[in-house]
Design a protein around this ligand. Structure first.
Ligand code: HEM
Length: 385
């Protein structure tokens, strides 16, 4: 608790010295996400009208890429207008590499820090994922453009916060350089890829589960009608959708995008007879905890009610991690998922067809939960009121 207080105070002093949070930007962000939702709905409708199945990861991937690029980096990449865009392909190949081969090396380096220089050499020599160069190139370009523009009237988005740490800062008359350019670019690329993939993956699993469970889908649609009528799903409006919130949580419980989280023990501790020495790397198996019947009875069943009725112990729901390092994109991602689902489900019904798999096979050997094959779902247009 004391560490968390200290961390929060230090962060707030640093941020509020340089940044003022204002309501207008929130509204601008909300308006921007609404625009992305309209394009998403249009893409899904057009797929249905062409008589094709919906490749849900592809359409939602375009949506989440547009949202993260616009909200965190202030650029419109229009991924949804061209779903074959290199931007998305590069993010995919980068992610695949990080979560498999390099991911293994990363885990190894955390467990045996002495190996870090050797592992860095291996990664540079043999594991340069194809998307990395073009992706970092794009981020470099965005940064250069910002530097040329200057900081005047610039919105306090994620990239701007990172860049402000790159500048030399004066603290008690001393010069400090907090982040190097390479570190800024690395953080930015990671943010782009993580912000895109996790939310797209959850929306994909949610669409699949809603198709498989038509009664749940109709309950969500009823709640939207009762709580929002024809209103635009604003940030405030979507907070009324408690059942949709439970559906999202239950989807994340069954298919958390990240299968594990890491920590390093800051001191020696003994838990249930097992001693973890100071400095040891600890991996928290998120997927396994959320499939444990002790915390979630009948874990293989999709039951949003367990969250709706409020019987879940918060520490057993680990999809966003836990504690001071909880996912910082959680609120953005919940907002964008709710807004997207309201827009889409008002117009489209996902269908349970005979060929829809009853269970999804997950790709082995990855730290992410990724389906073994493309998830394609049939849909029809709902009757308009
Ligand atoms: C459904 C969506 C998401 C899920 C399930 C998810 C999950 C997670 C998890 C499990 C962690 C590790 C937390 C821990 O170690 O305790 C994490 C950290 C993080 N996430 Fe997310 N995430 C999501 C969306 C996002 C988005 C949209 C962004 C960016 C806007 C983002 C950025 C980050 C960052 C930067 C961290 C590192 C935080 C830190 O180390 O302090 N995430 N996320």
């Amino acid at each position: 608790m004391r560490l968390a207080h200290l961390e929060m105070k230090m962060a707030m002093v640093h941020v509020l010295r340089r940044v003022k949070f204002v309501k207008t930007d929130e509204l601008e962000m909300e308006y921007y996400i609404q625009r992305c939702c309209i394009q998403l709905t249009k893409n899904i409708e057009e797929t249905i009208l062409r008589g094709e199945k919906i490749d849900v990861k592809r359409v939602y991937g375009g949506y989440t890429m547009d949202v993260i690029a616009g909200t965190a980096f202030g650029v419109e990449v229009n991924s949804q207008k061209d779903l074959d865009q290199p931007f998305i392909r590069d993010a995919g190949s980068l992610l695949a590499a990080i979560t498999t081969d390099e991911g293994f090396l990363l885990t190894l380096s955390k467990s045996v820090p002495l190996l870090i220089p050797f592992i860095q050499f291996l990664v540079k020599k043999f594991f340069q994922p194809s998307g990395l160069k073009s992706f970092t190139g794009v981020v470099h370009r965005i940064i250069e453009e910002r530097k040329l523009e200057g900081n005047i009237n610039r919105k306090p988005d994620f990239l701007q916060l990172l860049l402000s740490c790159e500048e030399k800062q004066t603290s008690d008359g001393e010069q400090m350089n907090v982040l190097s350019r390479t570190e800024v670019v690395a953080q930015a690329v990671a943010f782009f890829v993580v912000g895109y993939e996790t939310t797209a993956s959850t929306l994909q699993f949610m669409a699949y589960l809603l198709a498989l469970h038509p009664e749940v889908q109709e309950k969500v649609v009823r709640e939207i009608k009762e709580q929002l009528g024809d209103e635009i799903p604003t940030h405030e409006g979507v907070t009324k959708l408690k059942y949709l919130d439970s559906v999202i949580h239950e989807t994340l419980r069954m298919y958390p995008p990240g299968g594990s989280a890491d920590r390093v023990a800051s001191e020696e501790v003994t838990i249930k007879g097992i001693t973890i020495p100071k400095g040891a790397a600890v991996m928290i198996p998120i997927t396994n905890v959320m499939k444990d019947p002790e915390y979630f009875p009948e874990p293989d069943k999709f039951k949003p009610e367990r969250f709706y009725e409020g019987s879940v112990d918060p520490i057993s729901f680990l999809a966003f991690g836990y504690g001071p390092r909880l996912c910082i994109g959680m609120r953005l991602s919940l907002l964008e998922m709710k807004m997207a689902m309201v827009h889409v489900l008002r117009r489209v019904k996902f269908l349970k067809t005979d060929d829809l798999q009853e269970t999804l096979k997950i790709k082995p050997g990855s730290r992410l939960n990724i389906p073994d094959q493309v998830v394609a779902i049939s849909g029809v247009m709902r009757e308009t009121r």
